[in-house]
Design a protein around this ligand. Structure first.
Ligand SMILES: *Cc1c(COP(=O)(O)O)cnc(C)c1O
Length: 356
């Protein structure tokens, strides 16, 4: 573990914007809490960690990140607990994943202790921004980017780590209609599919737009070489339930290691629900669809937790899945995950990390 042991310098807002914010009606990703964490990397070293009022920043047109996309991010959530405090869901997983992404993108490792302290201090300071109710949470966005003012393809020397937060409510309200993508690819062996880096998302916009034009909410990505095996769905990992078994593609370098995915696998083990982590072929799922053995399919990610898939299209044919109220297995897992996060049931895994 890399550590700097540095204390965070905190500058609070003079006046909170909370009073003029309608937390009951926030749109995902559009409302930002009062403060942000900022820490720069210069001259081969991390500088003083700070928390300052959330504000716009100045940037040079020659900022390296704007041209060559040397940037990575994370996404995690803090929840209000039943005792009124706030807790982070498995933050260590995000810290480690961010450092793996940093390695792949030639960026400096972030000291784990400063990162964790920053997350906790920020959420504690803005904990009043966590909306109440069953779906409220504080979405936390860590971001690391190349800050050099330089035109040329090489790793930056300077970087900025930001962490800011958004009060959020539910994400996908409706079930999603997806299409199996067999032409475009999100990732390929030796590429950056496993890193949460900005370029991956830019590259996925066009195929997603083509699918949206045909009326689909999202793509089911297949492998870049043969398009015969499933990888993920949009920005979520994907699970299928065939008969009574949950199946999710193995992570083999092209799939993001989702924290939600891992949590679902762990819950399935705990609940003795058969769950297989392996290659899943398009053929297997399409056959199961035709035979009525595909009982459920869903995307899994921090933003939506579980996004039920309503229909899957393959080679121009649309296959419907059973109604969501019949999907007892995925509903049960989703509910359990949610109740652990909100401190309503025991947390047998030790996943929740209080911010104080
Ligand atoms: C972030 C992300 C996920 C989900 O990861 P979680 O840790 O569960 O939020 C899955 N796939 C992609 C491509 C992602 O960017």
């Amino acid at each position: 573990m890399i550590s700097t042991g540095q204390k965070i310098a905190i500058t609070r807002v003079e006046r909170s914007r909370l009073k003029e914010t309608d937390l009951d009606n926030v749109v995902f990703g559009r409302v930002f809490s009062d403060h942000m964490f900022v820490m720069d990397y210069q001259n081969g070293q991390w500088q003083q960690p700070t928390i300052v009022p959330y504000a716009k920043m100045q940037m040079s047109p020659a900022s390296l990140v704007l041209h060559y996309c040397q940037t990575i991010f994370e996404g995690l959530k803090a929840y209000r607990t039943s005792t009124g405090g706030a807790a982070l869901f498995r933050p260590q997983m995000n810290i480690e994943r961010m450092n793996r992404s940093a390695e792949r993108m030639c960026m400096p490792q972030i000291p784990e202790d400063v990162f964790m302290d920053g997350l906790k201090a920020l959420v504690e300071l803005d904990s009043d921004w966590i909306p109440g109710g069953d779906e409220g949470a504080l979405y936390i966005r860590p971001l690391l980017y190349a800050s050099d003012e330089y035109i040329g393809v090489r790793p930056s020397e300077g970087y900025r780590l930001l962490i800011f937060t958004c009060p959020v409510r539910g994400y996908y309200k409706e079930e999603v209609r997806v299409k199996i993508e067999t032409e475009y690819s999100r990732a390929f062996p030796g590429g950056t599919g496993e890193a949460k880096c900005g370029g991956n998302y830019a590259a996925s916009l066009y195929p997603a737009k083509l699918a949206a034009d045909e009326g689909y909410h999202q793509l089911l990505w297949t492998d870049g070489e043969t398009h015969q095996y499933f990888e993920e769905s949009g920005t979520m990992n994907v699970f299928f339930r065939i008969d009574d078994t949950l199946i999710t593609p193995e992570t083999s370098g092209t799939i993001l290691h989702g924290v939600t995915r891992d949590s679902i696998i762990r819950i399935a083990e705990h609940e003795k629900i058969p769950c297989e982590v392996r290659r899943v072929s398009v053929r297997e799922v399409v056959d199961a669809l035709k035979e009525g053995r595909l009982k459920a399919a869903f995307g899994a990610g921090t933003a939506a937790t579980i996004a039920h898939i309503r229909s899957i299209a393959y080679e121009g044919v649309n296959y419907d899945l059973p109604p969501v109220d019949q999907r007892n297995l995925s509903n049960r897992i989703g509910k359990m995950l949610d109740e652990i996060r909100r401190g309503r049931i025991a947390d047998p895994f030790g996943w929740m990390v209080p911010v104080k």
